[in-house]
Design a protein around this ligand. Structure first.
Ligand SMILES: [Zn+2]
Length: 243
C-alpha cells in the first residue's frame, strides 16, 4: 500500500493489478454486504483514514442490504463491524443503515435505486456510496469452470463497473472497478484481517441461484456448507484457494 497525497495505491505484483482509492472529507457511506470484497474495502478505508490521520475529517456510514433469504447476514455484518471498531477505535462509524429485502431478487435493481435515493435524501452530506464491486476473473478462467446455474448471466454478474456513477442525487464510487478478487485475498493478507472475520464470511450464494431460476425454487438448500458450484464459490476458490 503506497500513498501519494490523498490517493492510496494497492499493487499486487503477482497478478499485475493496481487499485487506487481516494476519499474526500465528510460522510462516506460504505455498501457493506459482509462479503469478502466489501469487508476488504471496509478495512482498506479504515486503514486509509488511519494512515492519513483523517479520523476527524471522515465519518463512515455502513449500509447493509439484508436479503430475506440470508437471514443470518445482518448478524455477520454487525459482528464484523464490531471487529473493525475494536481495531480502529478512533474512526467514527455510524450505526448501520439497513434495508430489508424480501423481493426474492425479482426486482432488486429497482429496490436498490429507490433505497439509495432515499438514503441520499436523508443524508444529503454523503460524499459517496463506496462499493467493493470488482471486475470478474479473466475470461479463460471463467471458461474453465463447470457450467452451473449462474452461467446464464455471468457476463452481467462479472461486468466491470464504472469507477464513478451518478444517478440523480446518488453518487457511487467503485474503487476496485478494474481489479479482480485476487486483490481481495491480497488485502486480507496484507491487513492481517482476523481469521475470525474470514470464517464469519460466507461466499456461497446458492440460494440466489435457487431464487432466480424457477426450476430450482423449491429445491432445499443448506447454508452450513458452501455448495462448491455457484459463481461466488468458484471465485472464492480461485482467489483464496479454498471453498
Ligand atoms: Zn456456492
Amino acid at each position: 500500500m503506497i500513498y501519494n497525497d490523498r490517493t492510496l495505491t494497492i499493487i499486487d505484483y503477482e497478478s499485475e493489478q493496481i487499485a487506487n482509492l481516494t476519499l474526500p472529507d465528510g460522510l462516506v457511506a460504505i455498501a457493506f454486504s459482509a462479503g469478502y470484497d466489501s469487508t476488504a474495502l471496509f478495512y482498506t478505508i479504515c486503514q486509509y483514514i488511519t494512515d492519513l490521520n483523517l479520523e476527524s475529517r471522515i465519518t463512515i456510514l455502513p449500509v447493509h442490504h439484508w436479503y430475506s433469504s440470508q437471514i443470518d447476514m445482518f448478524d455477520k455484518c454487525e459482528f464484523i463491524i464490531e471487529q473493525i471498531k475494536k481495531r480502529y477505535p478512533n474512526i467514527t462509524i455510524e450505526e448501520t443503515e439497513v434495508y430489508f429485502d424480501n423481493t426474492l431478487y425479482a426486482n432488486q435493481r429497482n429496490l436498490h435505486k429507490v433505497y439509495w435515493k432515499d438514503l441520499f435524501q436523508r443524508y444529503p452530506d454523503i460524499q459517496y456510496l463506496v462499493k467493493g464491486k470488482m471486475s470478474g476473473p479473466p475470461k479463460e478462467v471463467i471458461d474453465s469452470w463447470p457450467d452451473g446455474w449462474w452461467h446464464f448471466d455471468w457476463q452481467n454478474v462479472l461486468k466491470s463497473p464504472p469507477e464513478y456513477e451518478y444517478d440523480g442525487n446518488v453518487k457511487h464510487y467503485h474503487p476496485f472497478f478494474n481489479i479482480d478478487k485476487r486483490i481481495t485475498k491480497r488485502i486480507f493478507d496484507y491487513l492481517d484481517i482476523p481469521k475470525v472475520v474470514y470464517n464469519t464470511i460466507r461466499a456461497c450464494e446458492v440460494d440466489y441461484g435457487f431464487m432466480r431460476r424457477e426450476e430450482y425454487r423449491h429445491t432445499p438448500y443448506f447454508l452450513e456448507k458452501p455448495c462448491e458450484g455457484c459463481l461466488p464459490c468458484l471465485q472464492k476458490k480461485w482467489a483464496f484457494g479454498e471453498f
